[in-house]
Design a protein around this ligand. Structure first.
Ligand SMILES: Cc1cc2nc3c(=O)[nH]c(=O)nc-3n(C[C@H](O)[C@H](O)[C@H](O)COP(=O)(O)O)c2cc1C
Length: 227
């Protein structure tokens, strides 16, 4: 059985990420099976990119990172480069739109996301679809904005509930919320609908999708494209 340099693993299946190899380990069918079944982390470099003004999206991004065993997690404001094979992109919603820099990243005019698997999530208070006047609003609409920016289907997408603590908002945002509150004729108080169960669901969706894609790829008899 060959070693890593030529990127060949057990049974001659080319490894997609030979850099992750470490010698004879990959000649062991048991270990290779373990990699395929349990460990998307072992065969993919996972990166998480988010924006968070008040911390709830950051918290969710780090909870996702912990579950996916990656510490390659960056606020988009501090992002150096995009190194992940799977890139998870998360944005909060302010005044009906996901954060502009995240939308810009997803539009990918610089082709930084080319050839990468993308999962997206949005964090908001209005998770369900609602009507605001004659316009639709809510989680599905926000998520669609991110998907449209990406221009291709993400492998997984999810709407997370967020948190809004009125006393933490800066002046501008307090004014925005007050104006919105007047428009709707209802008061806005502190609200926290964050749930770590949603993180578990998201992780499960990613794992299911990745394993499924791997299986389909293997079934097609992946001769030279990797697992
Ligand atoms: C100024 C402002 C505007 C907001 N606008 C919306 C909105 O249009 N729709 C919504 O569902 N949530 C809205 N939210 C709620 C945020 O999406 C929610 O608080 C989120 O958790 C904030 O993420 P962060 O803590 O990472 O900044 C708004 C919050 C603020 C402060």
């Amino acid at each position: 059985m060959s070693k890593c340099e030529d990127g060949l693993g057990f049974g001659g299946i080319p490894l997609r990420y030979p850099a992750a190899c470490c010698g004879e380990l990959h000649s062991c069918p048991f270990l290779l099976r373990k990699m395929l079944i349990n460990g998307i982390r072992l065969i993919m470099d996972i990166q998480i990119i988010y924006y968070s003004k008040y911390g709830s999206t950051k918290e969710i991004a780090h909870a996702i990172g912990k579950k996916l065993h990656t510490d390659n997690i960056s606020d988009i404001m501090d992002l150096n480069e995009i190194t992940g094979d799977l890139v998870v992109v998360g944005s909060p919603v302010y005044s009906e739109i996901p954060y502009a820099d995240i939308i810009h990243l997803l539009r990918d005019e610089e082709r930084k996301l080319k050839d990468k698997e993308i999962a997206i999530f949005v964090v908001c208070m209005r998770k369900g679809l609602v009507k605001l006047g004659d316009k639709e609003s809510g989680g599905p609409v926000y998520l669609r904005k991110m998907e449209e920016a990406l221009g291709r289907p993400p492998i997984v997408s999810k709407i997370f509930g967020g948190r809004r603590i009125m006393a933490e908002l800066d002046c501008e945002d307090q004014k925005r919320i007050e104006a919105f509150s007047k428009r709707l004729g209802r008061e806005f108080n502190d609200e926290d609908i964050m749930s770590l169960e949603e993180v578990d669901e998201f992780i499960q969706d990613i794992k299911t999708k990745m394993n499924l894609e791997q299986k389909l790829h293997n079934q097609k008899g992946c001769s030279n494209k990797g697992i």
